[in-house]
Ligand binder design. Structure first.
Ligand code: ASP
Length: 354
């Protein structure tokens, strides 16, 4: 075995042991050199009020920001009532829940991700394992599931009755030409599940969470069940480093929710971090990202009658100084913040009002 390979394996083993023991795997040298400016601070998408509270609790105990944000989003992943993340997430077109998640750790600038992962309700934990226990960044589908199994993750059915019934309603109202019939008296229920415009607005959801810990180190996570009724194997922006999330320990972190296809073609999380590095505030950087999505949205079918996007995308960002913001293309969406005093929802900036 080559020396570098052996060194890598030794380091990986040490990292894994530390992670299993519940400790940060951050090398002491990095901890010592990190600046405490701006922290502790946690931000998340609007569904993350409980998540920011949990993340802050863990960070206040002295843990690494990554431990905090993952524990935070695990609340949403485990919650059957959050139909956009983890257990109970809305399924793909075949009625199967497929999850995407990524984590990024600022101090050592490493990342891990999984996509199209079935049967495991905490994809964010598997994403962390990819980062810590493989030489890779992204595992997908069957390979990701086998990797999760190898690490002892338990398989379970992620489809709740609520999500199955929503999927069935969608399927039965897709077409009058196919053999799936809606329940008697339910033939106009396409109205309930959205018309041509609304699906892009309604069937999204995800949680992004970024944090600065007491040492001033930054990490982030994004986790989702993706777009409802997607084609099996579809991967959105959430598990793609640079699109659905990004962090740089010297600058800040950013993440996204909303129509992933629109963000995948312009990779805005890395752009937001780079715009902050160049001097933009988190809000200016998030709004610039929204404008970029609008500018790159050239397909008529994805525009309203004024040429504006027929979908929403939201961005979240914090910088090393502890400034934070969110911005959306449409309307004033809220985002969650905990700055060490309390968890609260704040209004985000936006481009257009509905
Ligand atoms: N961005 C996610 C995706 O495209 C979905 C969402 O945030 O609603 O998979």
């Amino acid at each position: 075995m080559s020396t570098s390979r052996r060194t890598f394996l030794q380091r990986a083993a040490a990292v894994g042991a530390a992670a299993l023991a519940g400790h940060s795997f951050l090398p002491a040298s990095l901890k010592a050199s990190a600046r405490a400016a701006g922290g502790p601070l946690v931000i998340a998408s609007g569904n993350g009020l409980a998540a920011v509270a949990k993340a802050m609790e863990i960070i206040q105990q002295g843990s690494d920001a990554l431990d905090g944000v993952i524990a935070g989003v695990n609340i949403n992943e485990n919650d059957p009532n959050d139909v956009s993340v983890g257990y109970g997430g809305l399924p793909n077109e075949d009625g199967v829940v497929e999850l995407d998640s990524a984590v990024m750790h600022g101090p050592n600038h490493m990342a891990g991700a999984v996509a199209s992962l079935r049967n495991i309700k905490n994809p964010s934990k598997v994403a962390r394992m990819v980062m810590e226990r493989t030489d890779h960044v992204l595992l997908v589908g069957e390979g990701a599931l086998r990797f999760a199994r190898a690490h002892g993750f338990k398989e379970e059915d992620l489809l709740t009755d609520r999500s199955r019934e929503a999927w069935l309603k969608w399927k039965e109202n897709m077409s009058k030409e196919d053999a799936w019939l809606p329940a008697h008296g339910d033939s106009d229920s396409a109205k309930d599940i959205g018309d041509l415009f609304e699906p892009y607005m309604k069937y999204t959801g995800t949680i992004h969470c970024s944090a600065i810990d007491k040492q001033g180190n930054i990490s982030c996570v994004t986790t989702t069940s993706g777009l409802a009724w997607k084609i099996s194997g579809r991967v959105g922006d959430s598990p793609i480093i640079g699109a659905g999330l990004y962090c740089d320990n010297e600058v800040g972190a950013a993440g996204s929710t909303g129509r992933g296809e629109a963000n995948l073609i312009s990779c805005n999380s890395v752009m937001i971090v780079e715009w902050m590095r160049a001097g933009k505030s988190p809000e200016e950087a998030c709004l610039t990202a929204c404008k970029r999505v609008v500018e790159k949205n050239r397909q008529r079918r994805l525009q309203d009658d004024q040429g504006r996007p027929a979908f929403n995308v939201s961005f979240y960002a914090l910088n090393k100084k502890g400034e934070h913001a969110s911005a959306s293309i449409w309307d004033q969406k809220q985002y969650a913040v905990h700055d060490g005093t309390s968890a609260r929802l704040l209004p985000g900036a936006y481009l257009y009002k509905k």
